[in-house]
Design a protein around this ligand. Structure first.
Ligand SMILES: [Zn+2]
Length: 279
């Protein structure tokens, strides 16, 4: 006899199975779960909405030994509909889902991971600064996966606190000593160690602004960060450094991050005519 259980879940993936069914990947507070939605492709649209991509819902699931567990009821809590209608927001959502997929396999996960994904999808629906949501998410997902970058102490020759001098007013990059980021040793290098290690193949530079921004992402809370305006150049720098770190540890890049960059370039507004930017 089948056993019923209840769980909240967020639909991470949907794929067709046979003529009428779908297999869903759910992120639940107990971990990542594959379940079958019987007859889902024939459901009328009102019902089908409960199991749309990115939707958060309450599920009643029937456990079936040696088969997929089967959804017997689904009741939507949050549709996250804009992630399906807005191409750019949807691309960010696909990025955060792919990252979770790459660091957690089926059965892995916990309440904190579910909460992080749930909050991040809500921010991607509502907020203006989608890069901030992505960067905050990365730091916390890496932490839950056991890959939290060490950015408060130097990972170089001396185990010391990375003290970032008060930043002068300026354009954010000029006249600042470079710190390093070393994925192999798991985090930040002070300027002295960066000077010695920078020929290492995996070491990249990071500005004090970039490092401070990453520290704030780790410290949180997001509600405080979201009130601050982050310069586009800072986002570009920190995204590059984090993609380098993530790619190093996965031994492969995240595909949806490449798509996201292409999409942003394609949709970036052109500068007003007559305005010239000095390189
Ligand atoms: Zn050092």
């Amino acid at each position: 006899m089948s056993r019923l259980y209840r769980t909240e879940g967020i639909v991470m993936h949907r794929r067709e199975q046979g003529d009428a069914d779908r297999v869903l990947t759910l992120c639940t507070p107990q971990g990542k779960l594959l379940v079958m939605a019987k007859g889902a492709r024939k459901l009328r649209s009102r019902k089908a909405g409960h199991i749309e991509l990115f939707t958060r819902a309450n599920f009643v699931i029937s456990h079936v030994p040696n088969y997929w567990d089967i959804i017997s009821q689904a009741e939507m809590i949050a549709p996250h509909a804009v992630l399906r209608s807005d191409l750019l927001r949807g691309a960010y959502a696909r990025y955060v889902i792919e990252m979770l997929d790459r660091f957690f396999t089926e059965g892995e996960g916990e309440r904190a991971l579910f909460d992080l994904l749930n909050h991040t999808l809500s921010w991607l629906c509502e907020d203006d600064d989608l890069d901030l949501a992505a960067r905050f998410y990365e730091q916390h997902l890496l932490g839950l996966a056991g890959f939290r970058p060490e950015i408060f102490r130097c990972v170089g020759q001396h185990d010391e606190i990375v003290s970032i001098r008060p930043l002068a007013e300026g354009d954010g990059t000029a006249n600042q000593q470079a710190y390093g980021f070393d994925p192999e040793h798991g985090g930040a290098l002070c300027p002295d160690c960066y000077e010695q290690e920078k020929r290492g193949p995996a070491v990249v530079a990071i500005s004090p602004y970039g490092l401070r921004f990453l520290q704030k992402c780790q410290q949180g809370p997001y509600t405080q960060l979201r009130t601050q305006a982050i310069a586009p150049a800072l986002h570009t720098e920190v995204e590059r450094v984090m993609q380098h770190y993530i790619t190093y540890h996965l031994e492969q890049g995240i595909q949806s991050a490449v798509f996201l960059r292409q999409l942003r370039q394609a949709t970036m507004p052109l500068p007003p005519s007559g305005v010239h930017y000095v390189g």
